[in-house]
Design a binder for this molecule. Structure first.
Ligand code: GRF
Length: 198
């Protein structure tokens, strides 16, 4: 039986597309069962539908600060798909400890930095400001602490003279598209050996 994967997005969904495309290849241990967004305008929703994956939206805006109400909506949508694994892919909402505990050990996230460096937002600008000579991305298991949790893979890119946050982000994103599918394959096979690229 293939592992059932739900992918949570908020925007373009380029990481989601790579995950879905990789799962379409022969002998992959997982299959996509839902692409779920907090943003009804996420371009990734149309990309998922075009790839034949079921989609759902739980708009976070009507819930205001009521995080548990928003997450109850997420859980209803997810329960319908009965996922074994959740992949956060450009998902821009912070999840409560209760939500994370519900799927403990089964939620993956990709973060655009070499964790534990540069948790949080604006990682590329911060890496440049800090004079880093290398940067990259990390796939980790989600725990209640933001951008924390056991690392399942990292990919490194050099910082080049003249790099801007945009040019660095583009180089990192290319590695995200390689790293996340490689990690999901292993994770779905029950292998927690970290993947290192670059
Ligand atoms: C990108 O900045 C990526 O680094 C991070 O989420 C953002 C959007 O990714 N993981 P995607 O194209 O929606 O997958």
């Amino acid at each position: 039986m293939k592992k059932r994967v739900a992918i949570l997005i908020s925007g373009g969904g380029s990481n989601m597309v790579r995950l879905v495309e990789d799962m379409a290849l022969r002998d992959h241990p997982a299959e996509p069962v839902l692409v779920l967004s907090n943003n009804p305008d996420a371009a990734g929703l149309a990309r998922a539908a075009a790839l034949g994956v079921a989609t759902a939206v739980v708009d976070h805006r009507p819930f205001g600060q009521d995080r548990s109400g928003f997450e109850a909506g997420l859980i209803r949508a997810l329960d319908g798909a009965a996922p074994d694994i959740l992949c956060l892919a450009g998902f821009m909402r912070i999840l409560t400890a209760d939500f994370v505990k519900r799927y403990q050990g089964r939620i993956l996230n990709i973060h655009p930095s070499l964790l534990p460096r540069f948790k949080g937002l604006d990682t590329h600008a911060r890496a440049l400001a800090a004079g880093e000579t290398e940067h990259g991305c990390t796939v980790h298991i989600v725990t209640p602490d933001l951008d924390d949790g056991p690392i399942l893979g990292q990919a490194r890119v050099p910082v080049r003279t003249g790099d801007t946050p945009r040019s660095l982000a583009a180089r990192v994103l290319e590695m995200e598209h390689r790293l996340y599918p490689a990690v999901l394959r292993r994770f779905a096979d029950g292998d927690r050996t970290p993947v290192f690229l670059g």
